[in-house]
Design a protein around this ligand. Structure first.
Ligand code: ZN
Length: 986
């Protein structure tokens, strides 16, 4: 009845008023944030400091901090603020503990109790029962991981105020039964970029085409300073914010965790979509997600707020801030609100209704409070399940086949140490073998499916036993492959089959992969590792983490985790030359830094004999005859800093071998002077990963927009790096004259390094910076013929490809996509997309700074079975050409690489194919992750992954995928450095 009356009233208003007012009527009702009192007078509302009402503007970080300080002072009986560490731009991150006064008085005891629950080895079930009977449940509420998802930030202040100030009985009950930890802002630097920009342009215009709904490339607050997506970074916590948050999180061992985002079409809360990481206990996970979901639903239904569950947001990749807490034992959830952020103060939906910033804040506020209420009601049961999660994990470990992981330091002990460090930081126990040991059933990560074999491991190997409280997280991060739900896989293959039956003009169904399907840390780092079926006693000492980084550093250098330094000694003062073996990733940094200080270096292009040993090609030589005396001191200092062992030699003579220190095949190298293309159409994350990687290795570069690149005197530089980005965008921005200038510069001796989408650009027929072409593109001459080495029969079986085009859009996607946009998540915008889909696709692509409406690179319909399906992040075995300078430092025949696209490159006809996909016999190319049957491996075979195309006196180097992926893909770091350290020389 009430509903009908309301509708009639609304209708009357609509008929009586002009159109503009009628539209305003379709905004959601103005939410009142202050109905759950009485409120304690002394505690300041956020508005007392901001001076504007909720949702009228955006609150900047410093104002929030001033308010928080006053709130904490006036509500000291309930509130305690913890500083958890600084960001790159020196903003302090805070966690606010809020609970009842009697809990706050024993907060350290509560923390200790949580630690006891988290370790079932020392806590018996009886003791656990005593703790769960008398301890509040710990709820972690985290806000604004994506700095431009602005409703999250404002909602946080309202939630903190409600809990700190309200004397409402329901709120008091929550405080009694919970300890709420509010992580006030996960990404302060990104938040501040966004709100400063948005406040300065906001008019409140709801037109999606209004300028205020399109963030400039250089603002893009989604990411942190280094343009990392912090909601992918839990793999190794490469970013300082992630380190701060993981450290704080693990101090408290929460049982419930929510990460607040925005902006989907409607609000999202769990249950999560498939696939769910199988290292989570299925029943417990499902039960609790449904419990919290149902409670949110009741609140939303009562207010007629739209929402959805499952559908898009999965729980598979362990780097998110829901899967990672879940793997630590919490019931962990992602909430996505529907306004704010790019939708600004007001946004017109596709049905002309308006979503306001304020209403988006209100939805997060209501969902947050519902969550703490459900946690309070289920306090004891949730605590008990947290204990059981850790206990059953250990029990499973004793029964499951894989009982232990062993990681070998190998030739680059720094890389293995970094894995150990990331694991230890995440609360995983890592041992260092103090003596050699033997396993009777060891499985190498790079040969999936091979039977286990007896194997001896050396002292110094890292040992991760799975019978430990963090078993589930350890296994999820390390295991070579994580099984994907069968039901999910079946659905994707069914979609493929349906797509194959559709005509060329018909829109294809999208696939539901949300992120990469393989990520195992040893494979990503290119480090030798094994899982073993046995876990016999091994003498180990615990891995000792290096000291935390100091915040007193130099300017804005990365507050990156201190690298575990392994080695870094100089064998003795040289009288003829210093030799720098080029095996460790740190060596690339050492070489660059010596060049930067104007020391003269040369590189051995063949195996070198010196000091009574043979050194692999790629070994660097610093001849004393060419360098000042200061080299002794600088080599010693920089070797220590970069963790590289350096050897002094005292004679150039060798009894054997034809390459010695003075040989002509020891070639002088030049200091690289580097431009990195910044601004549109460059992928924000690709640029950011590069920025971070170069910064932490001490490499200087000039970021330059394409507009300036066209004007610049390029001859002052010898390297130009084009990060991943839209191929069409690169072409559109440079134009034919820009491309010709670039080519002329390369011919004069420049080195152009093109990554992923930029490599696609270089391989366009009209650009022709390489003789390689993209497999299945219109320019691909071989598309009509069977692929090199392809199986004829398989080829015949292939039918029409469902991939609309190997699209110009890069890979990294937002987690805020609606079901509709999913079909465009890898940029596969079909020409028949509806207006709404285009709008969403636009927003989605915008997230990576890619302009929409780019011409397709291929029209695959004409080449059935010849176009690769986009691979959703899987790991493959690439084979190195160990005569190319690009593979200096790669002494193994194969390298594990990630493929996260449909970009397969034909080998260069005139250059060197430094990394290729070849197989001998039936050995598969795939190591781990999802591949499309009768497509991926067939089309990948015979293609090249890294190409060196000599052009005049210079080079064009192509990387098919991003060698700096998310800062944790390290197997190609050195090859990336090789592209600019050595190419200018050869
Ligand atoms: Zn988000």
């Amino acid at each position: 009845m009430i509903k009908i009356a309301r509708t009639l009233a609304l209708l009357a208003v609509c008929l009586a008023l002009p159109a503009a007012t009628a539209r305003a009527q379709r905004e959601e009702a103005r939410f009142d944030f202050y109905t759950r009192g009485p409120y304690r007078e002394a505690v300041p509302r956020p508005q007392a400091l901001t001076k504007f009402d909720v949702g009228d503007f955006h609150t900047n970080y410093a104002t929030m901090e001033r308010w928080l300080e006053r709130l904490a002072a006036s509500a000291a009986d309930r509130v305690r603020v913890y500083d958890i560490g600084e960001t790159n731009e020196r903003r302090m991150q805070h966690v606010v503990a809020i609970t009842a006064p009697e809990n706050l008085r024993r907060i350290d005891e509560i923390k200790a109790n949580m630690r006891r629950l988290a370790d079932p080895r020392s806590t018996t079930p009886q003791e656990a029962g005593r703790i769960t009977a008398a301890t509040p449940v710990v709820v972690w509420l985290a806000y604004t991981i994506h700095g431009n998802e602005s409703a999250s930030f404002e909602a946080m202040m309202q939630v903190v105020y409600q809990l700190a100030a309200s004397d409402e009985p329901a709120t008091l009950d929550v405080l009694k039964n919970t300890l709420v930890l509010v992580n006030v802002c996960e990404n302060p630097d990104g938040h501040e970029r966004f709100v400063t920009w948005y406040n300065s342009v906001a008019t409140g215009n709801p037109d999606p085409l209004a300028a205020e709904h399109r963030e400039p490339w250089s603002v893009f607050g989604r990411y942190n300073r280094y343009r990392f997506d912090l909601n992918r970074d839990n793999m190794i916590a490469s970013q300082v914010e992630t380190r701060n948050m993981q450290r704080a999180y693990l101090e408290w061992n929460p049982q419930v965790s929510v990460d607040h985002h925005g902006q989907t079409a409607q609000f999202f809360f769990p249950p999560a979509a498939l696939p769910v990481n199988p290292n989570l206990p299925p029943q417990q996970t499902t039960r609790w997600l449904a419990e919290f979901g149902r409670a949110n639903a009741a609140q939303f239904d009562a207010r007629q707020w739209d929402y959805y569950v499952r559908d898009v947001f999965d729980l598979f990749y362990p780097g998110y801030w829901d899967s990672w807490p879940a793997l630590n034992g919490a019931t962990a959830m992602t909430y996505e609100t529907d306004g704010g952020g790019f939708k600004g103060l007001r946004w017109r939906r596709d049905d002309d209704t308006i979503v306001t910033f304020r209403s988006a804040i209100a939805k997060h506020f209501v969902a947050s409070l519902s969550t703490v209420e459900v946690a309070a009601r289920n306090r004891a049961a949730r605590l008990q399940d947290f204990y059981d999660f850790r206990r059953t994990g250990m029990e499973e470990a004793r029964k499951e086949r894989a009982k232990r992981f062993v990681i070998l330091p190998g030739r680059d002990p720094g890389r293995a140490a970094e894995i150990a460090d990331a694991l230890a930081h995440a609360g995983i126990e890592v041992g260092v073998a103090s003596a050699g040991f033997r396993s009777s059933g060891a499985h190498n990560f790079t040969t999936p499916g091979a039977p286990g074999a007896a194997r001896d491991f050396p002292a110094g190997a890292y040992v991760v036993d799975l019978a430990q409280p963090q078993k589930r997280l350890a296994k999820a991060l390390l295991e070579p492959e994580t099984e994907i739900d069968r039901e999910f896989v079946r659905e994707q293959l069914a979609r493929l089959a349906r797509n194959n039956r559709r005509g060329s003009g018909s829109e294809k169904e999208g696939y539901q992969f949300y992120d990469v399907t393989a990520w195992s840390l040893p494979l990503a780092f290119g480090v030798e590792a094994y899982w073993t079926e046995d876990a016999g006693a091994v003498a180990t000492s615990p891995f000792a983490r290096p000291a935390a980084p100091s915040a007193t550093g130099d300017g804005l250098s990365p507050l990156a985790p201190q690298l575990p330094r392994v080695g870094g000694a100089v064998s003795g003062r040289a009288s003829v030359a210093y030799l720098i073996p080029y095996e460790r990733n740190g060596a690339a940094s050492l070489v660059y830094r010596l060049l930067k200080e104007n020391f003269k270096l040369a590189v051995a292009t063949r195996p070198l004999t010196a000091g009574g040993r043979t050194w692999p090609r790629g070994t660097l030589v610093a001849r004393l005859s060419r360098n000042p005396d200061s080299i002794h001191e600088r080599v010693a200092a920089l070797a220590r800093e970069t963790g590289v062992d350096v050897y002094g030699v005292n004679s150039g003579f060798a009894e054997t071998g034809d390459t010695v220190v003075g040989s002509e095949s020891v070639v002088s190298i030049r200091r690289p002077k580097i431009i990195v293309v910044a601004d549109d159409p460059v992928s924000q994350t690709s640029y950011g990963w590069l920025w971070w990687t170069l910064d932490r290795h001490g490499v200087d570069f000039t970021p330059m927009s394409l507009a300036n690149l066209r004007r610049a005197n390029l001859d002052q530089y010898n390297v130009i790096i084009m990060p991943d980005g839209s191929a069409g965008g690169y072409f559109g921005s440079l134009g034919k004259p820009g491309v010709d200038n670039l080519r002329a510069w390369v011919q004069r001796g420049g080195t152009l390094v093109a990554i992923k989408g930029a490599a696609v650009f270089a391989a366009l027929k009209d650009v022709n910076l390489t003789t390689s072409r993209l497999v299945g593109s219109d320019d691909d001459e071989q598309a009509g013929k069977p692929a090199a080495g392809a199986d004829e029969d398989a080829d015949k079986k292939a039918t029409a490809s469902p991939t609309p085009s190997p699209s110009p859009s890069p890979q990294e996607t937002s987690r805020e996509q609606t079901a509709a946009s999913r079909r465009t998540r890898r940029g596969q915008t079909a020409p028949t997309a509806t207006e709404q889909q285009r709008e969403v696709a636009d927003q989605t692509e915008r997230l990576e700074g890619v302009p929409p409406d780019l011409p397709p690179i291929a029209s695959p319909s004409s080449k059935p079975g010849r176009v690769p399906e986009a691979v959703p992040g899987a790991i493959f075995r690439a084979t190195a050409d160990r005569t190319s300078p690009l593979t200096f430092g790669y002494e193994d025949a194969t390298v594990p690489v990630l493929i996260d696209s449909a970009y397969f490159f034909r080998p260069s006809k005139e250059g060197t194919n430094a990394l290729v996909f070849v197989t001998e016999g039936k050995e598969p190319l795939r190591i781990a992750g999802f591949v499309w049957p009768d497509n991926t491996e067939r089309l990948l075979k015979g293609t090249a992954h890294v190409i060196d195309e000599p052009t005049g006196r210079g080079h064009v180097v192509l990387f098919a995928e991003d060698p700096n992926f998310r800062g944790f893909w390290r197997s190609l770091t050195k090859m990336f450095f090789n592209s600019f350290l050595f190419q200018p020389t050869f």
